[in-house]
Design a protein around this ligand. Structure first.
Ligand code: SF4
Length: 321
């Protein structure tokens, strides 16, 4: 079957094993972020409509999910801003009614979260991951390059209201752009904004692959640590990208790990295992196990021992707590 709207499953550090759903054609978005992996925005809009046919998306999902794949999440993401598709609620309802065993995640730029209709449509989604890359209007213009009419103060007010009242678990993403949003004053403003939100974790990101503009540079580890030091007293923090970090909260908040990570940790807490052992035990490709175990290692949750039969992984004391 040639797929047009459903991709993966892919193993990701943030979401474990995730099946992607793309609800807009490339590249439809209300922002045109300088770091966007989907490249420059060609349809810059805030208008919500059925950009791709929802019936076709549902048919494709039904075909893929009827095979009962092992997934941690079904994730709305892809070639732009998924909430611009006015049919997202129908897709959510279909998934919750036909395949309730799969948690759903929404990656969103947050610009539509003030829309009461949209909030109703996504209320059954399990995890929402909005972005917050700017601490003021100037940074919003330089980093996110919003469509005309999208006001920064309105965006923050809507994000704050959503994060305080939404029933879903919320993981906030913040992309560090050195020289634009990383001054002491910016970090203090982020701290102030985030102190008003109810979020489970802040995920710090920085350039890992080429962005849309050539002046973009990754945040150095010592720079990312300034954000961690400022935000960690408020909320657990995770840094992804070239420098990895996760607040040592696993023992107190195991839900911060994905299901796939938890399944791996559960096995290697009982006895050391190789990637091949884990692949057999979990019925997962060895390559995906590799991505997940690499992430757990960098977060200090597994340790490595070389033995004659290969490299064995076991849980560290902090993962066992
Ligand atoms: S909001 Fe997401 S899809 Fe839109 S331009 Fe920014 S990074 Fe790309």
């Amino acid at each position: 079957m040639v797929r047009h709207y459903v991709f993966g499953p892919v193993a990701s550090r943030r979401l474990g094993v995730s099946l992607g759903v793309d609800l807009v054609p490339p590249k439809t978005c209300s922002l045109d972020c300088v770091y966007c992996e989907a490249k420059a925005t060609t349809l810059h809009t805030l208008e919500r409509r059925e950009y791709v046919p929802v019936d076709a998306v549902i048919r494709e999902l039904d075909l893929v999910l009827s095979e009962k794949p092992e997934l941690d999440f079904i994730t709305f993401s892809g070639s732009g801003e998924p909430t611009l598709n006015s049919g997202i609620g129908r897709v959510v309802d279909f998934l919750k009614e036909r395949y309730p065993q799969y948690p759903i995640c929404l990656l969103t730029n947050g610009c539509t979260l003030g829309d009461p209709e949209l909030r109703r449509e996504i209320v059954r989604i399990d995890r929402v991951v909005p972005s917050l890359d700017a601490s003021n209007r100037e940074e919003f213009e330089v980093i996110n390059r919003p469509v005309q009419g999208l006001d920064f103060d309105r965006f923050i007010a809507d994000l704050t209201d959503f994060c305080r009242s939404a029933p879903q678990e919320i993981f906030l993403e913040l992309f560090i752009v050195p020289g634009v949003n990383d001054s002491d004053a910016s970090i203090a403003r982020f701290r102030e904004i985030i102190s008003r939100l109810k979020v489970k974790m802040v995920q710090l990101n920085t350039l890992d692959r080429p962005g849309v503009v050539d002046w973009l540079r990754p945040s150095a580890p010592e720079n990312t640590r300034r954000f961690i030091a400022a935000l960690e007293p408020l909320v657990p923090v995770e840094a992804v990208g070239p420098f990895r970090y996760r607040s040592r909260v696993f023992g107190h908040a195991p839900e911060l790990c994905t299901d796939a990570e938890r399944r791996i940790l559960d096995l290697v807490s009982r006895r050391p295992a190789t990637r091949a052992d884990l692949a057999v035990a979990l019925g997962m490709e060895e390559e995906k196990i590799g991505i997940l175990i690499d992430s757990l290692f960098k977060f200090g949750l597994v340790e490595i021992e070389r033995q004659p039969r290969g490299i064995f992984y076991s849980a560290t004391p902090s993962a066992r707590r």
